[in-house]
Structure formats: C-alpha cells, structure tokens
Design a binder for this molecule. Sequence first.
Ligand code: ZN
Length: 154
Amino acid sequence: MIVYNLACKQGHVFEGWFKSPSDFENQRDRGLVECPICGDCAVERKLHAPRVNVGAAPTSRASAVEDATLSDGNVHPERLAKALAAMAEFAVRVRENTENVGERFAEEARAMHYGEIPHRGIRGRADAETAAELREEGIEFQALPFPVDWPSLN
Ligand SMILES: [Zn+2]
C-alpha cells in the first residue's frame, strides 16, 4: 500500500491509499477518487506532504534509533520518542487499512492481480524468492519497513 497526499480543485487536502502508483492513476481516471469534503473527483497528487504523516515514518527500527542519536553517541529521548511515535502511527495505519493474510500473501496478491477476487488492501509474508516471482509477474507491493503486527502472545 502507498499513501498519497491528494488535493481537489477547491484545495481540500486528504490522504488516499492505493496499491500502486498505477492503481491511483487508474482510479482517478475512472473518477473513483473523490474529495471526502466536497465530492470533487478532479483530484491531483500533491508531491510534497503538507504535514507529517505516515510518509514520514522512519525506514526501519535501526534508522529510527540512528535519527535519534546525537553526535556524542547518546540517544536523544525526545527524538527517539518522536521516531517511535511515527513508527507506531504508521503501523496503525497499515493495520487499519489492510487485512493480515499471513502466509497466504502471494496467493491472495495473485488472485487479485489476475482478477479472480476483488481488490482489497492486504498485508502478509512472502519469502525473497516468492517476492521476486510476484514482481516478475508485475504484481506491485511494498515491503514494510518494520513489522506492524505484534507477535501473538498466545
Ligand atoms: Zn474538495
């Protein structure tokens, strides 16, 4: 899933979740992307995020700690808290907007790609080999920068 900052002709700014850049273009061209405030379908992608959101999540746990580390090697507590909050927000957004299909990720992604089932947001696992196969088949997806599901404690 990718998040775009979108704006309608009236300048309302909102977020849209899409499977890929071409998914956005396709939906927009078919008039399926509408402003939640005024219903305008003439939406454009804003290249620069107007505020900090999911797009600003650190790329990994390591980078979050790195961003929060001062030149003397000490971790800056406020910076670390901010970075972790961004990660947590990202994880929540992904969880809220996708269904966890676990090991069935490749199967589900293929079924959607080949039109066997309707498109929906999914997340799950695939090994490197399977991921490469999916890309070869033209199936677009993104690797999550860090896990968004807590391990089950059961
Ligand atoms: Zn609008």
